[in-house]
Design a protein around this ligand. Structure first.
Ligand SMILES: Cc1cc2nc3c(=O)[nH]c(=O)nc-3n(C[C@H](O)[C@H](O)[C@H](O)COP(=O)(O)OP(=O)(O)OC[C@H]3O[C@@H](n4cnc5c(N)ncnc54)[C@H](O)[C@@H]3O)c2cc1C
Length: 499
């Protein structure tokens, strides 16, 4: 039986950042992580190993509501999904915290505002070494939210191919701007500005992931402990209905021996990711008087596009330096659109994982002449989109696209501006049920206990020693990458936990 004052389940963006915040207050913290440390090895940078052989993906299966099995976009390692994430760390916008009415859906208000979270965005940007250009520092930043403090590091410069593409977009009246990126780049930094950042683990520890930036410093304080191979199946309650134990199984990584896991504590925090935290609560049958645990599952409406200009070879190394937010608040019809972001340079082997029948002899020249973007817009929280667990504890996801008319319009707009910029061939890959990397919203925060699972401090309405600090608390998804908001919120909640 292990014990700690505060037990944290999961060491991803939410869990590790929360542990870091608690460590600053001197709490006795135990982080339970089902995975192990992701090894630093040559395969970290191999597209074949990472994308074709799926070397770092867990052997986990979820099910669509019709019973179709699929491999979810999750990584069960210390640091969670941040070990492979793209490290794009933008803030949500002020409007994202307010109610937004779309033609076919409502994005609800959060129980706290952008102004409430803003000081914690500042702290999270420092912790995660975010590079960006301060708002107001030039005419190219009109679509940034206000900030009380500049970015801690200067923006990553664009390579010549990208600079030329952005010039072509600017000629159309757009305002391409720098992507807020978390990397250890600069004098003495570990980043070598390679082409394998987005989607790959970093062999040099130069990517600002949760293990490197938050968990390691938290462990170094001595007040935080980590147990790997610790799978939490459920939480148990005492006679007063408070959580008394986390139970599951511990797997010894070196011997494979499996033993029961039992952990007691004063406060329990779920940070197992939006799906797995909801699954723990459902298996435990706690904190669900609203009936909303697992409901309002969101993932963003995302499409990858590869835009090809056959006359230009794209020789970029680090591609993920720019985004376009001109359509974020208004797509030209009075309703929000979303964001366009450059992603890491896609290699032919990565294209092959989707274009399975295309020969490499075709994919190589395509990859050499393409630039890749993520088109991201907001999905809305539909109670019918929900995650459930069956009697064997397996995760089933009921999911239909929501607010997708906005995505179609944004996608059409993105293709239009890229065609005008010289990209005659545009290929798209719409994210399907398995591409859930931005999942959120299964344990939503709100002031009304009948309409939310946790309160504005991410504490369960039903159980006063239970918190949730992963992406599950998001009442709406916004249309920016979620990780910085998860981190900022975890720091905010860490200040609110009573001693
Ligand atoms: C390829 C990829 C690229 C991405 N790029 C970006 C990006 O550029 N910017 C951005 O903002 N976001 C990005 N994301 C999304 C981002 O990584 C996630 O939003 C973020 O990591 C979610 O944080 P979390 O704390 O909710 O969960 P996670 O970070 O996934 O952490 C959950 C942790 O809980 C552990 N766990 C799960 N179940 C249990 C259990 N039962 N018991 C014990 N431990 C458990 C898991 O092993 C994991 O370590 C990307 C994701 C992927 C996959």
């Amino acid at each position: 039986m292990l014990s700690a004052d505060i037990v944290v389940v999961g060491s991803g963006m939410g869990g590790s950042t929360f542990a870091y915040g608690l460590a600053q207050r001197g709490f006795d913290v135990l982080v339970l992580e089902r995975g192990e440390r992701l090894p630093r090895e040559p395969e970290n940078f191999s597209a074949e190993a990472v994308f074709v052989q799926r070397r770092y993906k867990p052997d986990d299966t979820w099910y669509a509501v019709d019973g179709t099995p699929y491999a979810p976009g999750v990584h069960y390692v210390v640091g969670g999904n941040t070990k492979v994430y793209g490290s794009s760390l933008p803030r949500l916008r002020e409007r994202d915290f307010e109610e937004t009415r779309y033609p076919s859906g409502v994005s609800p208000a959060w129980p706290f505002t952008y102004a409430d979270l803003e000081p914690y965005y500042v702290l999270a940007e420092r912790l995660y070494r975010v590079h960006g250009t301060p708002a107001g520092s030039g005419p190219d930043q009109p679509f940034e939210p206000w900030r009380s403090s500049p970015y801690p590091f200067p923006a990553l410069p664009h390579e010549p191919y990208i600079a030329e593409t952005l010039r072509r977009l600017s000629e159309q009246g757009l305002h391409p701007t720098t992507t807020a990126m978390g990397v250890d780049l600069g004098p003495g930094g570990a980043c070598v500005r390679c082409g394998t950042c987005d989607g790959f683990p970093c062999r040099w520890g130069a990517k600002s992931d949760a293990e490197v930036c938050a968990l390691e410093p938290a462990l170094a304080t001595g007040s935080v402990r980590l147990v790997t191979g610790a799978y939490v199946d459920r939480l148990e309650t005492d006679a007063d209905g408070r959580i008394s134990r986390a139970v599951g199984r511990h797997t010894d990584a070196s011997t494979g021996a499996i033993e029961p896991l039992e952990v007691s504590g004063r406060v329990f925090t779920l940070a197992a990711g939006a799906a797995n935290s909801a699954a723990v609560l459902l298996r435990s049958d706690v904190a669900n008087s609203s009936g909303l645990v697992g409901a309002r599952y969101m993932v963003h409406n995302n499409t990858h596009i590869a835009a090809i200009d056959p006359r230009r070879v794209n020789d970029v190394v680090f591609q993920k330096t720019a985004c376009v937010n001109d359509f974020y608040d208004d797509l030209g019809d009075g309703y929000p659109g979303g964001t366009l972001q450059l992603i890491g340079k896609v290699q032919a082997a990565m294209m092959k994982t989707h274009a399975t029948r295309a020969p490499m002899s075709l994919l190589r020249p395509m990859a050499d002449r393409s630039v890749e973007w993520l088109v991201m817009s907001e999905d809305t929280p539909d109670p019918a989109n929900r995650l459930s667990v069956d009697d064997r504890g397996r995760i089933t996801v009921s999911w239909q696209r929501t607010n997708y008319d906005r995505h179609e319009l944004l996608l059409a707009k993105a293709k239009n501006v890229l065609r005008k910029a010289g990209y005659v061939g545009i290929f798209e890959q719409r994210f399907d049920i398995s591409m859930n990397s931005h999942m959120c919203g299964t344990i939503v925060a709100g002031d009304d206990p009948a309409a939310s699972v946790v309160d504005r401090e991410c504490r369960s309405h039903d159980v006063d020693n239970l918190y949730v600090v992963d992406a599950g608390f998001f009442p709406s998804s916004g249309a920016q990458n979620p990780a910085l908001t998860i981190a900022a919120n975890a720091l905010r909640v860490a200040e609110a936990v009573p001693a």
